[in-house]
Design a protein around this ligand. Structure first.
Ligand SMILES: NC(=O)c1ccc[n+]([C@@H]2O[C@H](COP(=O)([O-])OP(=O)(O)OC[C@H]3O[C@@H](n4cnc5c(N)ncnc54)[C@H](OP(=O)(O)O)[C@@H]3O)[C@@H](O)[C@H]2O)c1
Length: 321
């Protein structure tokens, strides 16, 4: 198969395009003939900082396509089925091997391009808001990094659940594009003071639930923005800087801080039901994910560069065939 691979961490230039052996089909494997790869925020972070688990390493968490083969123990899928799959690596290729519990049927009528974007961003946002965040109607949620994949998913899910949604992005133009997805108030994180805007917008009370997708130094502003006894979801570090929390900061505010790792939950019946419901909502048009750009698989370097530098709105895709 043709695949993108790398052997050391670094920028997009460490990625090569070439021929690699096809993935092995184990008893529980669903082998996907990939049509569309969704470039996830974590794909870039891994390439930059996570030592490759094996070399050559094929990056990528998520892709959609048609089932090409199934292992002897697979009961839910057959060759020819349309699926979207998750694995810890391997999506940037013509063939993507996922375990059966990490494969999800694409509902009738849902375009594979859009299906490729669903499980991780929407599932992560849903878990951070509801399963672990306990968001209730009428509460205020702050989404740091609202123009990205997880951010746009969170804005829509929170607004549709009756929350008041505040989002941050890097410019007024980007904030204006997020508003129609359900965001009630936007904050330009480069030019505005997040904490004081949040205090004003909540009548001095502070934010009930913070979703931190960006990490880094911005977390201090989010710490100031959240109310005492509020909740703080540690989801990602798209700013490129890893956040660190002060022990006494947590005590002073009596904060509930929780980490999210959808990959750890995705094999469970609970997460399957959630992701199937999210796929159905996207198929019905009540949730959406804008596609910012598409590149051929062979041009993954250019695609990753675009994600890192061009401030895409929503998702960037690779076309594998
Ligand atoms: N824990 C999990 O299970 C899980 C699952 C999925 C993703 N993640 C992580 O969550 C993060 C977001 O993922 P994604 O797929 O949504 O990424 P994405 O689509 O690349 O979006 C990242 C967003 O972060 C914003 N951003 C960058 N630097 C920022 C800063 N200093 N302050 C505020 N916002 C900033 C960007 O906004 P502007 O363009 O407007 O600057 C961009 O919209 C990534 O770190 C990813 O690894 C974690």
């Amino acid at each position: 198969m043709k695949a993108i691979h790398y052997s050391r961490n670094g920028g997009p230039e460490v990625m090569e395009f070439g021929e690699l052996p096809d993935p092995q089909v184990g008893p529980d494997t669903v082998l996907i003939a990939v049509e569309w790869v969704s470039i996830e925020g974590g794909d870039l972070l891994n390439r930059q900082i996570t030592p490759p688990a094996q070399v050559p390493f094929v990056p990528g968490y998520q892709a959609a396509g048609t089932v090409a083969a199934t292992g002897s123990e697979v009961t839910r899928f057959r060759p020819g089925d349309k699926v979207v799959g998750f694995h810890w690596n391997g999506s940037h290729a013509e063939l993507f091997a996922v375990q059966e519990h990490h494969a999800f049927a694409v509902p009738e009528g849902l375009d594979l391009r859009l299906a490729a974007t669903v499980p991780i961003p929407f599932g992560t946002a849903h878990d951070a808001l509801f399963e672990y965040g306990g968001l209730k109607p009428g509460e205020t949620v702050l989404v740091q990094g609202a123009a990205g994949g997880v951010g746009l998913a969170a804005v829509q899910l929170a607004a549709q659940a009756g929350a008041s949604v505040i989002g941050t992005a890097s410019s007024p133009e980007r904030l204006a594009r997020i508003a129609p997805f359900g965001m009630h108030h936007g904050i330009d994180y480069r030019r505005e003071d997040i904490a004081s805007r949040c205090k004003d917008l909540t009548g001095g009370k502070g934010i009930d639930l913070v979703l931190d997708l960006a990490g880094g130094k911005g977390k201090d502003a989010l710490m100031d923005a959240v109310r005492p006894h509020g909740r703080y979801a540690v989801v990602g570090a798209s700013s490129g800087d890893l956040p660190s929390f002060g022990f006494f900061e947590l005590i002073r505010k009596a904060l509930h801080v929780y980490g999210i790792s959808l990959g750890r939950d995705m094999h469970t019946p609970r997460a399957r039901a959630m992701i199937e419901d999210l796929l159905a909502r996207v198929a019905a048009g009540s949730l959406e994910m804008p596609i910012d750009a598409e590149f051929p698989l062979a041009e993954a370097r250019r695609a990753h560069e675009h994600v890192a530098t061009a401030h895409p709105f929503g998702r960037v895709l690779l076309r594998a065939r």
